[in-house]
Design a binder for this molecule. Structure first.
Ligand code: MG
Length: 306
């Protein structure tokens, strides 16, 4: 069994220019839950003026349709964010930092040491509230400012995050530059000191290598992968390029391989189609576009195709 952690309503929408009303976000979240996704990240409890696309996370989290077995998650940058998450009745929170100093400073206004110190207070407080705590570690495969990142440094940070009580670590290829050999090396490094069950992979598809990297992860025992419906979100460091791996692309590959995910592909395509309509642009997910292309009426599609 492989599980997909849906980041579209947060990581996806955060990087789309469209600003969706609460009702539309709720429709999208309901469609994703209906498709069988069990963990859905619905927003971020940052200051509303920081990320206008996610300004109404409190209301979205409060009103997201409760379904048995479905857990909603949101990012919490600080203590106020955690308090808002608790008030909204969310089941899971995520803290976030980077494995490279420059990206961490640009993304969080803190040094890595400051982030760790800060989370040393937030994570135990979240655990005390009975919340599942995920930690995102970005730029593990490479940093847009520093280039290569030392996996030993990434592992060191991860061990600190586990020590303070994080339940899961999501390792990010934030700029989508990873290749399968590198993925194997990074995971060999991590799996020497952390159990596979504690790790999730957050792989971007900027260079088209996300599925190959997932496969390496699966072969090494990883069973949790972060994806975004339709590949919503793009890449903030390369405008126009793909970002998050599309949920349908991984779900359909796994279905074709006979690997159980609990996802209903037809319903997932419906969710992808809804996402595309809501954000008002053609989304990069290949399986989604293939399905929508077959569905489109009118134009003849026969002809020379090789
Ligand atoms: Mg992402």
């Amino acid at each position: 069994m492989i599980s997909l952690y849906e980041v579209g309503p947060r990581d996806g929408l955060q990087n789309e220019s469209a600003r969706l009303p609460v009702e539309d976000k709720l429709r999208l979240i309901a469609a994703l839950a209906e498709a069988g996704l069990k963990r859905i990240e619905v927003g971020s409890f940052v200051r509303p003026d920081w990320i206008p696309q996610l300004a109404e996370t409190d209301e979205v989290a409060r009103r997201a349709p409760r379904r048995p077995g479905v857990r909603y998650a949101a990012l919490v940058p600080n203590r106020q964010g955690l308090d808002r998450a608790v008030a909204a009745g969310i089941g899971e929170v995520a803290v976030f930092m980077s494995a490279s100093e420059t990206h961490n400073r640009k993304n969080t206004n803190k040094s890595i040491a400051q982030s760790l110190e800060h989370f040393g207070e937030i994570v135990p407080a979240a655990k005390k509230q009975g919340l599942f705590v995920r930690a995102y570690l970005s730029t593990v495969w490479g940093c847009p400012y520093e280039g290569k990142v030392d996996p030993r440094r990434a592992l060191e940070i991860s061990l600190r995050l586990r020590e303070m009580g994080c339940d899961e670590l999501s390792l990010g290829d934030t700029i989508g530059v990873g290749n399968p050999l590198q993925t194997r090396k990074i995971l060999e490094h991590f799996l020497g000191q952390l159990p596979a069950a504690m790790l999730a992979l957050h792989l971007h598809d900027t260079h088209g290598t996300a599925l190959a990297n997932c496969l390496v992860g699966m072969e090494m025992g990883i069973s949790m992968f972060d994806t975004s419906v339709g590949g919503m979100g793009g890449c903030p460091y390369a405008p126009g390029a793909a970002g998050n791996l599309a949920t349908e692309d991984l779900a359909s590959m796994l279905a074709d391989m006979g690997v159980e995910t609990g996802i209903d592909l037809d319903k997932l395509i419906e969710a992808g189609w809804l996402a595309q309509q809501l954000v008002g642009r053609k989304l990069p997910g290949r399986r989604l576009q293939a399905a929508l292309g077959r569905r489109a009426p009118g134009e003849a599609r026969e002809g020379a195709s090789t």
